[in-house]
Ligand binder design. Structure first.
Ligand SMILES: Cc1cc2nc3c(=O)[nH]c(=O)nc-3n(C[C@H](O)[C@H](O)[C@H](O)COP(=O)(O)O)c2cc1C
Ligand code: SF4
Ligand code: SF4
Length: 448
């Protein structure tokens, strides 16, 4: 079985699976149950001066029958006294010395940072995470994402904490910024030992149309919250990859955002994460999801012949490139498996209204749209496909016109029914090569 243990800037963890700072890490009792379930580490619910929360606090976007595809919250940092949290950190570290406890911190003045850091380290925290990401409530008070959005301030406060900290300092970034690389470089400039990202995405999750109040409703009003869960995974992956391939960022990254299973975790690790953190999936399904995550990741590493999770780290980073470096000569076309097709015609509608007007149904020649590149009529394949389920309602692709966009495959409800197949394309070419060689003028432009 592959070795899942990691070393995150000197912090050793039995596996890369950490709980993110959030309700699942509110108390020592919870974190100990999580460690028993298999989590390697936990980032404690953000500590600082205790706050007062509102009710309600959460809202969600469901997608069909899938509940909480996206979760929105307007909760603040811990509402529990600091001394109580510290006592519990001490207790957890005494009972689970090999597991990781990171203290997430948020405060204002330099002196407050000094005291808070010293207290958390005295309690036994293995590391610190600076919460520069919370996009609601705390940012109105000059903390959270209001720091994460100002690179100079981010670097300065990180540097303060480095003056005091004996343990590694992780800087948790906000996705609510125009340039994540600028924020990441500021974390490095401030002396940060690691980066965590993402915190939640600023959002309004919906509107109560009877009361005309945004959600989640607090009496007769609401405010913007932070969005997380499966819906934010693509945003998180992109921001992670942007940092992972940045030359100036060599410090380890803890990836967060919509991770719900081992595959999500493997994707984050392949794009450069050393550890991964999870919040929404645990709020949804509980601590025990980590059992499947550990088993799934181990099996995957074994299948790929990797002896350690460290071999997976960053494997996909080099293949994340600028659009201008992609191969313009690479060609795909859609193929429909007549035996699997149920004749629903979703691909036909999608291609005709949302793509390239090149899927048809019926055994007769079809008139191509006026803008088609191919000449004449589109001819159905011979022999004409008669499906087991769909009979003559199996659509066919006018291959010369297919631009290989994937849309039909994405809408097809039958797994494996539409596949995208590689066909001989042109010679390898890129837009950037065309620009370099002066071949980038496409006829039909503004000045033609
Ligand atoms: C209810 C709730 C409370 C949160 N509280 C904190 C917090 O106190 N400190 C913090 O750094 N992040 C906090 N987060 C953000 C999470 O740590 C995490 O960055 C975010 O939820 C994305 O991960 P996910 O998609 O797995 O939920 C909170 C998230 C939720 C949903
Ligand atoms: S890949 Fe795109 S263009 Fe080709 S058939 Fe499917 S939807 Fe149409
Ligand atoms: S979407 Fe899939 S199942 Fe439906 S008609 Fe097209 S190929 Fe057949």
């Amino acid at each position: 079985m592959a070795d899942l243990s990691i070393d995150f800037c000197g912090i050793k963890s039995p596996n890369p699976f950490w709980l993110a700072s959030a309700p699942p890490t509110n108390t020592g009792e919870q974190i100990m149950r999580a460690f028993d379930a298999g989590w390697g580490g936990a980032v404690w619910k953000t500590l600082g001066d205790p706050i007062v929360n509102v009710t309600s606090r959460f809202g969600a976007v469901d997608l069909g029958t899938y509940k909480m595809m996206g979760l929105n919250n307007i909760e603040l940092i811990t509402d529990r006294p600091l001394e109580v949290n510290l006592r519990e950190i001490r207790e957890v570290k005494r009972r689970y010395p090999k597991h990781v406890i990171i203290a997430s911190l948020m405060t204002e003045t330099k002196e407050d940072w000094r005291v808070l850091i010293q207290k958390c380290e005295d309690a036994g925290a293995d590391g610190l995470e600076l919460n520069f990401g919370c996009p609601h409530g705390m940012c109105e008070r000059g903390m959270g994402s209001s720091v994460g959005q100002e690179p100079k301030l981010l670097a300065e406060i990180t540097a303060w904490t480095k003056e005091f900290a004996k343990t590694p300092v992780l800087v948790k970034l906000t996705p609510n910024t125009g340039d994540i690389v600028e924020a990441g470089l500021a974390a490095v400039a401030g002396g940060g030992d690691g980066i965590s990202l993402i915190n939640t995405v600023k959002s309004i999750v919906g509107v109560d149309l009877d009361r005309m109040v945004p959600l989640p409703r607090v009496g007769n009003a609401s405010t913007n919250g932070g969005y997380c869960g499966p819906a934010v995974k693509p945003i998180a992956l992109h921001l992670l990859a942007a940092l992972a391939r940045e030359e100036g960022i060599k410090i380890p990254i803890s990836g967060i955002g919509g991770i719900s299973n081992w595959r999500d975790a493997a994707e984050f690790i392949a794009l450069g994460s050393t550890s991964v953190q999870v919040c929404t999936a645990v709020m949804h399904y509980g601590y025990r999801i980590v059992e499947d995550m550990i088993e799934g990741l181990s099996n995957f590493l074994d299948e790929k012949g990797m002896k350690s999770v460290n071999e997976l780290r960053g494997k996909a980073v080099g293949n994340y490139q600028e659009w201008g470096d992609l191969d313009l000569g690479y060609k795909l076309i859609a193929k429909i498996d007549a035996e699997k097709c149920i004749g629903c015609q979703l691909c036909v509608t999608a291609c005709h209204d949302g793509a390239h007007q090149c899927i048809f149904t019926g055994n007769e020649e079809k008139t191509r749209p006026p803008h088609a590149h191919a000449h004449g009529k589109a001819t159905p394949p011979t022999p004409f496909p008669i499906g087991k389920i769909a009979g003559p309602r199996v659509p066919w692709v006018d291959e010369p016109e297919c631009v290989g966009c994937n849309l039909c495959q994405l809408v097809c409800p039958v797994s494996g029914c539409i596949t995208m197949q590689e066909v001989p394309g042109g010679a390898a070419d890129t837009w950037n090569a065309r620009v370099r060689e002066g071949r980038n003028k496409v006829p039909g432009g503004i000045h033609d």
